[in-house]
Design a protein. Sequence first.
Length: 175
Amino acid sequence: MKRAFKIGGFYFGGDQPKVSWLERLRSALGAFIGLALVLALAKYLGDLNGINEWLITSLGASALLVFALPQSPMAQPWAVIAGNTVSALVGITLNHWISEPLIAMPMAATFSILGMFCLRCLHPPAAAVALLVVSGHVLHYRFAFFPVFIDSALLVIAGAIYSNLTGKAYPNRPQ
């Protein structure tokens, strides 16, 4: 039986498909292993190069898509890697042009979404990357390569290895 939540006629949802406990645990364990490996590698690479910024916080949301919904078009490698990277580039560029965060933040999310549409790489956590970059006042384009591009690529690789070892095909081609 599906559960839907309504208050005053407003539909809140709550009727997601049922997922077995085995699949829930497979997804959660995959996200843990994948994120632990990615973060350890990124930290190591950062230490090697003397770079303190080795983590993007939206990686947790990207991991949810890659490990729990590997069939989603928004979890595919191009979406994860290009979506996150273009959003970082947009945020950095806006930081150079607009000093007021209350203007720059919504513009960064807006233009990152537009950029992802144009490049066909929609990835919801990437809009958060744009906000992160603006709120952190990141000015160096290097940030788009490391940690954003590298962390995203490592997550996709970890997702592909884990998913295929546990019986889930990833990446997926649209049917």
